[in-house]
Design a protein around this ligand. Structure first.
Ligand code: RIB
Length: 454
């Protein structure tokens, strides 16, 4: 078997968005909370924006897109602008930010970025014209004109930090930043690069440090909380069943059709947006956090440190409460009419042993939830033994110290899952396919399918 290699949640390869009605600049809603969204145009950003737009007590005043995250600029900004047009949202200025981090050169793989740039190919009208200013200027204008505003930050903090550098007191008018980013008590999701870092902070650690150095109150929504809200097929089924409810549900359904779930996705940004409207969906604790700025690709961790600043950290989330809010906004009802979702199979690593509950042998296709309750990454590997392979071959591998894939194992798929995560994946099986719970070449266990014999 191979050395485990993990891509920052294959996730982001599955580009995308979703979409009506709600807020915008309706002056009749004088008591609405005024909000700016700063994001990076990824799969979850768009759904988070749609969620906020649908809140009757939220007025989205501006949307800024970072060019240093998953989407490129201007593609990310144009996509959001086209989505606003498609769902007939009020006029909300959308602006684009710089394409390089303030410091360093951490960047998502181009393949993810390109996949995000067309939102999976979902049908979109021509975008509305972008704001005549760049993202930092739009942030500054909007914040300065407000009496108090909430910033929902869903991507790298490049735009916000650039605006702060130009006007150091700018964030004094911001009541709270709800920030999707970081990993506090759990590993990050840049594990091949920097296992301690989460993408949004990793992509521009200096920008994050600049924002952390201000006095603005921050509620962080890190992987600790988002690990509780994996994307499951339920999202697809629920939205599809209510696709005709509104322009938003129609758009979201089309978008999901265009970007089928493979696995490993979480409602990262949607959870941050929901927490911004109702903190009771999360467990929030004060922590002292600092941003690790040194080390290039090794930078970007959110570290507990006495030298850090107080941050309100969402350490957990209530999945059902989150879903109630989210579906209410996207499909117009928290009651989807569907039975609660259950995976076809589950694999749980508790730090010592693997337990599997599900069909054996494997059907041709199954949806598996992989719960990693340990402290190391764990993987579900599928493949087939070469004819004649015996338990002795497996024991010899365990004893050899080799990290190579043995010639007697024809691997089909390797799904790596980070400690603390609850990934949901589609897995191809079949009667001849063996599934292994795998930590390394000395620790692997057959969990379904044909077993080795002596
Ligand atoms: O690590 C998850 C974050 O990375 C999310 O904000 C997602 O949109 C991507 O930017």
């Amino acid at each position: 078997m191979p050395v485990l290699r993990y891509a920052l949640t294959a996730v982001l390869l599955v580009a995308v968005v979703a979409g009506c009605g709600g807020s915008g600049s309706d002056s009749s809603r004088s008591s609405a909370t005024q909000v700016i969204v700063d994001g990076d145009g990824a799969f979850d950003d768009v759904k988070a924006i749609l969620y906020l737009l649908e809140q009757p007590d939220i007025e989205v005043l501006a949307i800024t897109m970072s060019g240093t995250g998953i989407g490129h600029c201007p593609a990310a900004a144009e996509n959001v602008s086209a989505v606003l047009e498609r769902i007939e949202a009020p006029d909300i200025p959308v602006a684009c930010g710089r394409t390089t981090p303030l410091e360093g050169n951490n960047e998502a793989p181009e393949v993810w970025r390109n996949a995000t740039d067309n939102l999976g190919g979902v049908d979109l009208p021509d975008p509305r014209a972008l704001a005549g200013v760049g993202a930092p200027a739009l942030l500054a204008e909007t914040i300065s004109a407000s009496d108090g505003i909430v910033l929902v930050a869903l991507g790298p903090l490049t735009n916000v930090a650039e605006a702060v550098e130009a006007e150091p007191g700018l964030l004094d008018r911001v009541e709270m930043i709800y920030l999707m980013g970081g990993a506090v008590d759990v590993p990050g999701n840049m594990i091949d690069v920097n296992p301690a870092a989460e993408f949004n902070i990793w992509a521009d650690p200096h920008a994050a440090a600049i924002v952390f150095d201000t006095d603005v109150p921050i509620t962080l929504v890190p992987l600790d909380a988002t690990n509780a809200v994996p994307v499951t097929p339920y999202l697809y089924e629920a939205v599809s069943a209510h696709r005709d409810a509104s322009a938003v549900s129609q758009f979201t359904a089309d978008y999901l059709d265009a970007t089928p779930l493979i696995g490993g996705l979480y409602h990262w940004d949607e959870l941050a947006a929901v927490i911004a409207t109702d903190e009771s969906v999360a467990t929030i604790e004060d922590r002292n956090l600092a941003i690790e700025e040194e080390g290039g690709a090794q930078a970007g961790a959110t570290l507990e440190s006495p030298a850090g600043r107080v941050v309100r950290v969402a350490v957990d989330a209530d999945r059902e409460a989150f879903e109630d809010h989210f579906y209410q906004a996207i499909i117009g009802t928290g009651d989807t009419g569907l039975p609660a979702w259950e995976p076809d199979a589950s694999l749980t690593w508790d730090g010592t042993a693997c337990s599997y509950a599900g069909p054996d042998p494997l059907p041709d296709l199954l949806v598996v939830q992989i719960n990693n309750l340990g402290v190391d990454p764990v993987a579900l590997i599928t493949g087939a033994y070469a004819p004649g392979t015996t338990t002795a071959d497996a024991e010899a591998l365990r004893a050899s110290g080799s990290t190579e894939t043995p010639e007697w194992w024809k691997q089909q798929a390797l799904i790596g899952v980070l400690a603390g995560a609850h990934d949901v994946w589609f897995v191809e099986g079949g009667s001849d396919i063996t599934a292994l719970c795998y930590l390394d070449n000395t620790r692997f266990w057959e969990i379904a399918g044909p077993r080795l014999t002596d």
